[in-house]
Design a protein around this ligand. Sequence first.
Ligand code: CUA
Length: 316
Amino acid sequence: VALEINPSIFHPSSPEAQSIFDLTIGVVLLCAAILILVVGLITFACIKFRGKKDTPDPKPVYGNTLLESLWTAGPFLALVVVMFFMVRTMMLVSPPSSSGKPDLVVVGHQWWWEIRYPLANGSEAVTANEIHIPVGKRILLELRSADVIHDFWVPDLGRKIDAIPGQPNQIWLESDKIGTFTGFCAEFCGASHAWMQIRVVAESEADFQIWRDHQASPAIIPQSATAQRGLELFRSNTCVNCHEVSGISTAIQIGPSLTHLAGRETLVAGALRNTSSDLARWLSGPEQIKPGAHMPAFGFKKDELDDLTTFLEVLK
Ligand code: CUA
């Protein structure tokens, strides 16, 4: 039931991904040419110098200075060429270590991504599992980890980067096309490592500003009686201990912020669609959907589930 994801290194959508793609193809072609040359020469020698009946073994030849110089210099030069293009790509895809304050902080958790945008007024826009970026603009992303080593990878947009506890890393994140790009955690990090997807939505600068300002705004307070009962359930259970809903519960990032949950495309870091039936499934049995998840099963009754999902769906 999860949304289809189609990450690929074969349709690069940023200068960084394009550079990695070109390097990959270049190295593959160079290696293929070497393979064809070597196999060709061996095949040629096998046929041309094949021993005939009753001919004696040929005399071994040692120490041809010209040949030995050539097959030492050849591979050396090939590696120098590869190194040149590799260093060029590395310089393009990784920001220098003194790049300063990030535009965006991503924190890997077991098994979801915390997303924080520092704002000009000193506050932050906080969300989870879905990054928005303005198209055509290079974003300095700082990656951290809250627990174990994760690895952030959106193949269409750039390189992999490890999220290491206590060691922030930075990369450029950029897209030259409008669209949604999917990625995932690329380092085994426990039972639900496979359900640690990331979505990057590249949109116009104006749309991005609207989205980010909205993420920074407090949650919509529910009006209907059902949603208010849901809010009471949220408050009276341990939900509030782990989940931030700005204006309702405090900013603790043990579980994802739910302030604008209903505006996201997926739930549970890509494991479910963001629909009321999937939300109810998740609330009634997290363990069945995401083994090992820290979210407990509360054993809600049917009407409690309805109230809670109605409340969460108000959080646009
Ligand atoms: Cu996080 Cu694998």
